[in-house]
Ligand binder design. Structure first.
Ligand code: PDG
Length: 309
């Protein structure tokens, strides 16, 4: 072959995603977990997910604060400082080149030594990865609103067993709820607690407009960063917000319902248990909050630029 001095543009090995494990950055497809990690075999971990939109991290420090509070509640000591973890999260995105990313950080209790059973003795392990942005409800479906089912045979796991304010992988109730929803031709479930109060769904919080007040459950839920943003936006817009107990019956008389998550933003609901919510289209309050939510992604008070160089 002829000798050529032409530089060849190699494809970025991190383009599909970049992970940080054991001090090294690896392509997402090569990232793996030791099989004895108690995060995997015991769900003994906490995690958080932040997002990058148009090359900017959204409320990263709020995510990190929640993450560290979660670690403390589980008596998990992260192996690195908040500042170190923050820069690794940024670096995974920067290496991937992804302008729209889903960025997850996990701390597990670790890998027990041979015969060890005392979780106090394990070395906590850190995992970080960035992959392309994830939509719980795809934008095309958000435009018309999604279809939701309130589960009848699945309750949210009680808070006295698993603290929902600490982000966790105990998704048995959610996955069961998802199958219940699919069986009813719905896309996502909303899970009630054992007293018939609305909690949340697989990866999102729930809001409902009832008698011109915007309700969202106070207890039994993750205190979502998107939830917090939606509450701030609603208050700013002069909408009355009530963070309290929300009986499932109230969902059935609501004029608008939307779901909130880092993975998808503010997601309008078109039908509940097969019946239209309001007139069956995304409502005016939902639309205003959703538009403002995306606008804030370029606001320096809420977001900061990723350095991709
Ligand atoms: N409730 C639960 C149980 C969640 O897992 C999430 C977010 C939320 C509420 C909303 O919180 P926030 O607004 O801070 O995102 N979980 C999704 C995981 C998503 C998935 O399904 O992959 C997220 O962090 O994006």
């Amino acid at each position: 072959m002829a000798n050529s001095a032409q530089p060849i543009a190699l494809p970025n090995p991190f383009a599909a995603g970049c992970a940080w494990i054991d001090g090294k950055y690896v392509p997402i497809g090569e990232a793996s977990v030791p099989i004895l990690d108690t995060g995997f075999v015991r769900s003994d971990l906490t995690y958080d997910v932040a997002s990058v939109w148009e090359g900017r991290f959204f409320r990263l420090d709020d995510h990190l604060e929640r993450f560290f509070t979660g670690c403390e509640r589980l008596r998990l000591i992260p192996p690195l400082t908040k500042a170190e973890i923050r820069s690794i999260m940024v670096e995974t995105v920067s290496r991937s080149g992804l302008r729209e990313a889903y960025v997850e950080v996990i701390v597990t209790r670790g890998v027990p030594g041979p015969g060890q059973r005392d979780p106090r003795l394990y070395q906590p392990r850190l995992y970080v990865y960035a992959i392309p942005y994830v939509w719980i409800v795809k934008p095309e479906l958000q435009a018309r609103g999604t279809d939701v089912f309130v589960t009848q045979n699945t309750h949210r796991i009680p808070s006295s067993s698993v603290d929902p304010t600490v982000k966790n992988f105990h998704w048995g109730d959610f996955i069961r709820g998802m199958f219940e929803a699919y069986d009813r031709d719905a896309w996502v479930p909303i899970l009630p607690d054992q007293n018939g109060m609305v909690t949340e769904g697989p990866g999102f919080n729930v809001f409902a407009m009832v008698d011109d007040v915007l309700y969202t459950p106070v207890r039994g839920v993750l205190e979502g960063i998107t939830r917090r943003t939606a509450i701030e936006i609603a208050k700013d817009l002069g909408i009355k917000v009530a963070v309290g107990e929300v009986p499932v019956e109230d969902l059935y008389r609501s004029t608008e319902i939307f779901l909130t998550s880092t993975a998808g933003g503010v997601m309008p609901v078109a039908t509940l248990d097969g019946k239209p919510v309001g007139n069956g289209n995304p409502g005016p309050v939902t639309t205003k909050i959703r538009d403002r939510y995306w606008e804030l992604h370029s606001d320096p008070n809420y977001s900061h630029e990723v350095d991709y160089t």
